[in-house]
Design a protein around this ligand. Structure first.
Ligand SMILES: CC(C)(COP(=O)(O)OP(=O)(O)OC[C@H]1O[C@@H](n2cnc3c(N)ncnc32)[C@H](O)[C@@H]1OP(=O)(O)O)[C@@H](O)C(=O)NCCC(=O)NCCS
Length: 311
């Protein structure tokens, strides 16, 4: 294996299919479809091709990293969204070279905190699956600290009857209307979600682009008070969420009905399983949908603000 002569360069559109097969070979616990990779790269609301780097040797891709920024609550976050080095070329410093490129960009943009994979709005997975143990070692060596754990749940869509027509009728009698969202609901829905869960607006608006719209809403006295969605992220993989009920209407069973409507929809689309990602209230989904933990993720961050790391 020739370790010299490895060059870094910016990703080009024409690299797409080689990157796709590279990621599928080298992310051993994941499958990345062409649609998902397009979504991760080009549908990112802050997409900038200059922050996607390739390591290559003799036109063969040996490493890939994608970085994106987010401004959240007056903090600037730099995220690594996708990252891999060819299995046969690990521990040769390629990961470090790619990370250094990304870090230069984070420094220029005065990023306060760097995180790995758990990118709000458009993410592949909500953290590092610890089975990618070299990645844990890699980031810990760079000074990253684990600050949280999260998980993806899985629901067997054939396990239950998700029909909730009777309950929808009961709620209607109590003044609560549950329907699939329509075009005319878009603005009010976005406003409602923004009031309570600003970071979810993008996913809800993405879910509204599905046909039929992958969003259900509950209205009380004419106002949207709860919603559930799927196809807001990792589209086409039966990826549930987000969902939320206004605090005033919690405890009335609205959330479970909205959840069932999405699960029923995904079942009707031919999916056997749904993923409930980045959870959250495990007991709610376990109780209502027999959801079980499918994958665990560790969340890592490097705090930079006021640490002198950039000096
Ligand atoms: C994580 C990954 C990108 C690192 O790439 P790499 O090119 O092997 O990294 P480097 O050679 O630059 O490693 C730098 C340092 O990280 C640490 N490190 C990397 N892999 C390690 C391992 N398997 N065990 C212990 N330490 C490791 C070491 O300290 C290493 O320095 P050293 O070799 O001088 O001791 C690579 O392992 C990979 O592609 N893994 C699979 C995909 C993945 O996990 N992606 C990230 C998911 S979040």
């Amino acid at each position: 294996m020739e370790k010299n002569n490895i060059k870094l360069r910016i990703f080009k559109d024409s690299d797409f299919s080689q990157v796709l097969s590279f990621l599928n070979k080298n992310l051993e616990f994941d499958t990345v479809s062409s649609g998902i990779l397009k979504e991760k790269i080009y549908e990112d609301p802050y997409f900038d091709i200059n922050n996607i780097h390739i390591a290559e040797q003799n036109n063969k891709i040996l490493g890939f990293v994608q970085a994106v920024l987010r401004d959240i609550n007056k903090q600037r976050y730099g995220y690594i969204k996708l990252f891999a080095v060819d299995k046969a070329y690990r521990r040769c410093g390629i990961g470090t070279k790619l990370y250094n490129q990304v870090f230069k960009y984070f420094k220029k943009e005065k990023v306060d905190i760097v995180r790995i994979y758990d990118v709000p709005l458009n993410y592949f997975m909500p953290g590092i699956d610890p089975r990618y143990t070299p990645a844990l070692c890699f980031f810990e060596k760079l000074g990253f600290k684990k600050f949280d754990e999260t998980c993806n749940l899985k629901v067997d869509l054939n396990n239950k009857n998700w029909d909730v027509s009777d309950k929808i009728t009961e709620l209607k009698e109590a003044g609560i209307q549950i329907t699939r969202a329509e075009d005319k609901d878009k603005q009010k829905l976005s406003e409602f979600v923004a009031d309570e869960w600003k970071l979810w607006v993008h996913e809800v608006e993405t879910a509204l682009k599905s046909k039929p719209k992958a969003v259900f809403i509950a209205r009380y006295k004419g106002k949207i008070k709860a919603f559930s969605a799927y196809n807001g992220n990792n589209i086409g993989t039966a990826w549930f969420g987000p969902m939320g009920t206004h605090p005033d209407l919690r405890g009335k069973g609205i959330g479970s009905i909205l959840l069932y409507l999405c699960l029923q929809d995904m079942k009707e689309h031919g999916f056997k399983y749904s993923t409930i990602p980045w959870v959250g209230p495990i007991s709610f989904y376990s109780h209502y949908a027999d959801a079980f933990v499918e994958r665990v993720f560790w969340r890592y961050e490097l705090k930079i603000k006021n640490t002198g790391i950039y000096e």
